[in-house]
Design a binder for this molecule. Structure first.
Ligand SMILES: O=C(O)C1=C[C@@H](OP(=O)(O)O)[C@@H](O)[C@H](O)C1
Ligand SMILES: C=C(OP(=O)(O)O)C(=O)O
Length: 445
């Protein structure tokens, strides 16, 4: 039987008229996962507004429900009654993480310090992604991980309470690993310490503090952060608003920079410095990007962002910037392909471990559309077209990767012959309204 969701949705993105108008950014995916998880652990009722309605967040909601949290939609809000730290229940069946690495890794951490066991499964893409980065330190905390060699999904975590508090220096810059260990630390007596030589997105730290966790952050003279979480404290419920997702806003913003005569405003976008590296790089490339109405939403900095068509020039992106824009490289590569001159983006090995190998897949996709992109070790090197449209004309395999699908869709908007994406279904994981919002901007919304 063929299910509707399994039917590929090929879509052609033709050369675009100017993009004009104002749209609201969808809720931040990273923050939405964390809001559901922490509200699901608090004692009492939390109300969340602005939650991202997407496949990845649905995976986290499903798993937290399966472990006892009561999570209901109330109009545009979500109302969550938590189980209390230490109160997760044994799930009756395997937890389906779908396409979502964040769900899988954060929830593995959560289960590790509860006396329950859970089997984690995922789609073909997620089942190829490395899980040893969380399984290793969680085993050091006392959890038993049952997994085939290679440490990929499916795997089972048998948690332990009390777990052993860990001091762990992150060997890779990963907010998912950091967050998995902090969540494991919540039900672990004593201090769990995560040492972060390269700073990554700090949504977990901010939100843990908002829910009343005992958390402190120390930064040494070299900028190395140590996050200290003392476990076994109850979490208090919160009413919070999820800011808009800069990783989604990136697509209309770059599209506006590239499509002649465009001017687009995206409202309510999170500009946390550990997420907003793309804005800094596009600014250095000559992009006309204006931030207005800067404010705080849910403990995160937010702004309305206006991007206008600009002549971009190439740039050199240092490796230490990578984690501040890790999910934005695919769309940055599209921008660089149309810039004047040479762009080098360095130290991007982690891109090989996302929903697809984003280095290899983007180099191939851009080359298929007539751009000059090549990989040298962990670096991407692009010679821009100098503002000329890319030839296009290709059909690109999205490979279950929403960011490749949306990036190459934007490439189609600025191509000579259009670009076809073989299957746009993956955008439902992070930005279900991507196509209608682009169409609204084309109509001058
Ligand atoms: O913590 C998070 O919410 C995320 C962290 C990043 O992954 P890594 O921790 O693997 O870098 C990012 O790529 C992902 O989209 C979301
Ligand atoms: C890498 C991503 O997400 P995840 O790791 O949660 O699948 C992403 O959204 O680009």
């Amino acid at each position: 039987m063929t299910h509707a969701a399994d039917t590929p949705r090929p879509t052609r993105f033709a050369p675009s008229p100017p993009l004009l108008g104002t749209i609201a950014a969808p809720g931040d995916k990273s923050i939405s996962h964390r809001a559901i998880i922490l509200a699901g652990l608090a004692i009492g009722t939390s109300r969340i507004s602005g939650l991202l309605d997407s496949g990845d967040v649905a995976a986290t909601i499903g798993a937290m429900r399966a472990m006892g949290a009561r999570i209901e939609q109330d109009g545009d809000d979500w109302v969550v009654q938590g189980v209390g730290v230490g109160g997760l229940m044994q799930p009756a069946s395997a937890l389906d993480m779908g396409n979502s690495g964040t769900s899988a890794r954060l929830l593995m951490g959560l289960v590790a310090s509860h006396a329950i066991s859970a089997t984690f499964i995922g789609d073909a893409s997620l089942s190829r992604r490395p899980m040893a980065r969380v399984a290793g330190p969680l085993a050091d905390m006392g959890a038993a991980i049952d997994v085939a060699p290679g440490t990929r999904l499916p795997l089972s975590v048998r948690g332990i309470a009390p777990a052993i508090p860990l001091a762990y220096r992150l060997p890779i810059a990963s907010a998912q690993v950091k967050s998995a260990l902090l969540l494991a630390g919540l039900n672990t007596p004593g201090a769990t310490r995560v040492i972060e030589p390269v700073a990554t997105r700090d949504h977990s730290e901010r939100m843990l503090a908002a829910f009343g966790a005992d958390i402190a952050v120390e930064t040494d003279g070299d900028g190395v952060r140590t996050i200290i979480l003392t476990g076994r404290r109850d979490l208090s419920p919160c009413d919070l608003t999820v800011p808009g997702d800069i990783s989604s806003a990136a697509f209309p913003i770059v599209a506006a920079l590239l499509v002649p005569e465009s001017r687009v405003t995206v409202t309510g976008v999170g500009i946390n410095p550990r997420r907003a590296g793309l804005l800094r790089v596009l600014g250095e490339m000559g992009g006309d990007i204006v931030l207005a109405n800067q404010r705080d939403v849910g403990g995160e900095p937010v702004a309305d962002i206006t991007a206008s068509h600009s002549a971009l020039h190439g740039t050199d992106i240092a490796a230490d910037l990578a984690s501040d824009m890790i999910d934005e490289f695919p769309i940055l590569f599209v921008a660089a392909s149309m810039a004047h001159g040479h762009t080098v983006a360095r130290g991007l090995g982690e891109l090989r471990h996302k929903e697809a190998d984003r280095l290899g897949a983007m180099a191939a996709a851009l080359a298929a559309c007539g751009a000059s992109a090549r990989i040298d070790g962990d670096d991407m090197i692009i010679d821009g077209s100098g503002g000329a449209p890319l030839p296009g004309g290709a059909t690109i395999a999205a490979n279950h990767d929403h960011r490749i699908a949306m990036s190459m869709a934007v490439a189609g908007l600025v191509s000579r012959d259009g670009v076809t994406i073989d299957d746009m279904a993956s955008v439902a994981t992070s930005f279900p309204s991507f196509v209608p919002l682009i169409e609204r901007l084309q109509a001058g919304a």
